[in-house]
Design a protein around this ligand. Structure first.
Ligand SMILES: Cc1cc2nc3c(=O)[nH]c(=O)nc-3n(C[C@H](O)[C@H](O)[C@H](O)COP(=O)(O)OP(=O)(O)OC[C@H]3O[C@@H](n4cnc5c(N)ncnc54)[C@H](O)[C@@H]3O)c2cc1C
Length: 425
């Protein structure tokens, strides 16, 4: 279990109020026990509870404690791995179906925000910005690929056009999309929890699963209780640790850090990102940023396989931001935090069955804000008896990460390689 980066985040400081959910006490029965109250687990809980299933969610900490309450809030299109890797495994036609599912993921998120009245500062618009001048053809190809997949709400921007929208000279063009965007991730997570409760699900915080049985009569045991269920869903992503030995090594926790400045005021904020889009560069190790609804610059990036936390996260991250926006040198950093992203070897999410009664989905590889909800929904769909869409995604094959003492040094070297590649290409 990786160490938790527990600094108070901007999201915690600005979250809507959320009721606390009592720990599990004693033995209970359920149709489905879900382990983990992030987007994946809560999405499955909503679908199943609305369909009349008795659902119990056990969460080790609090709702949204994991990546779902800490992320950059960027709602992305497609999969982190890109279409080519998926097509190489599943063939072109099924890769197209996967892309359609990823589009459905964004729609699902949008519909839930409307349907459950979730106040989470949703805003559409996304810029993929080029850190190197020689990569514009790559953006053209990307646009052509999306056009071919029927996703056409995109536009190429030259360096000059981009500089009209973005107060930075660091980039050499962009691909703009209208169908991606950003929001307050923790408020969205709290909204999902409220929807799950309204549909009849029970959520227990402070209830770490210490044993999961995936046999014919599965159960989940916590320190003070036990849920006997017909089905179990594992939705712990990078925070899973060694709870389920079969899943250890399938994903690797990678740390990503975020800072938020003091409020900049509407005019200054608009000078940084004129139309308020979410922004991410096209490097392998991505810098991502956006303006929050209260006009702060929220800037994320870096990545570390070692899970060691820098002693002064704000000071560690700020130079990264001022390299892009030197005008922010005098801006106070009000918040700095981090969290664990679960990556898979091929950057395609991993899902499947541990047994006929136990499902899992994880490894969105830094792009799970929309996808996690979809995978949660598809696990629910499969439990309800229609597994075709879940089975499509679970056909992707995954290599495990190495275990033992070479695990972290090997991945740290891999990260160094990608940093060099970003710098030199
Ligand atoms: C810093 C950061 C920035 C990111 N930025 C973006 C972004 O901008 N866009 C994007 O698309 N994606 C982003 N991601 C990824 C995205 O947040 C995740 O893919 C997504 O939230 C995964 O949701 P989840 O429900 O699967 O996992 P999580 O939200 O991590 O939830 C897992 C839950 O399981 C609980 N748990 C673990 N073990 C146990 C146990 N034994 N018993 C009970 N409960 C347990 C944890 O406490 C946790 O609450 C980011 C992630 C991080 C960390």
């Amino acid at each position: 279990m990786p160490k938790s980066i527990s600094l108070p985040s901007y999201y915690q400081a600005t979250a809507s109020s959320s009721p606390r959910h009592p720990p599990l006490q004693g033995d209970v029965s359920a149709d489905v026990c879900i382990v983990g109250a992030g987007y994946t687990g809560l999405s499955a809980a909503i679908e199943l509870a609305e369909a009349g299933y008795k659902v119990v969610v056990v969460e080790a900490e609090t709702v949204g404690h994991g990546a779902s309450g800490r992320n950059g809030g960027q709602i992305c299109t497609g999969f982190s791995a890109g279409q080519e890797k998926i097509a190489a495994q599943l063939g072109k036609a099924d890769a197209r179906r996967c892309f359609a599912l990823a589009e459905e993921a964004k729609l699902l998120l949008k519909e839930r925000i409307t349907r459950y009245g979730i106040d989470c500062s949703l805003r559409w618009g996304y810029l993929h910005v080029l850190p190197k001048p020689n990569r514009f053809d790559g953006l053209k190809q990307w646009k052509a690929e999306w056009d071919d997949l029927g996703y056409t709400d995109t536009q190429l921007l030259s360096k000059a056009e981009l500089e009209e929208k973005l107060g930075s000279k660091a980039y050499h063009g962009a691909l703009r999309e209208g169908g991606a965007g950003h929001f307050h991730p923790l408020n969205y997570c709290f909204g999902l929890a409220r929807a799950a409760i309204s549909a009849g699900a029970a959520i227990h915080e402070g209830s770490r699963a210490v044993e999961v049985d995936t046999g014919e009569r599965p159960f989940v045991r916590t320190a003070q209780g036990r849920v006997n269920a017909k089905f179990v869903i594992i939705a712990c992503n990078a925070y899973l640790g060694r709870l389920v030995p079969k899943l250890y090594g399938k994903v690797m926790p990678v740390t990503s850090y975020i800072i938020a400045t003091e409020p900049l005021g509407e005019d200054r904020a608009r000078a940084f990102i004129r139309d308020g889009e979410a922004v991410a560069d096209t490097n392998f190790i991505v810098d991502y940023f956006r303006i929050t609804s209260d006009t702060r610059m929220l800037f994320g990036g870096r990545a570390s396989y070692t899970t060691l936390e820098p002693s002064d996260l704000g000071a560690y991250m700020k130079p990264r931001m001022t390299k892009i926006f030197p005008q922010l040198a005098d801006a106070r950093i009000d918040f700095a935090w981090g969290g664990f992203i679960a990556i898979t070897y091929n950057r395609i999410p991993d899902c499947g069955r541990l047994s006929p009664t136990a499902y899992y989905a994880h490894g969105y590889s830094g792009q799970g804000v929309a996808l996690a909800g979809l995978y949660g929904k598809l696990m629910a769909e499969a439990i309800r008896g229609t597994a075709e869409r879940f089975d499509l995604l679970s056909r992707v094959r995954h290599l495990p990460f190495p275990g033992g003492p070479v695990r972290v040094p090997m991945l740290a070297s891999a990260m160094l390689f990608y940093r060099l590649r970003d710098a030199l290409s």
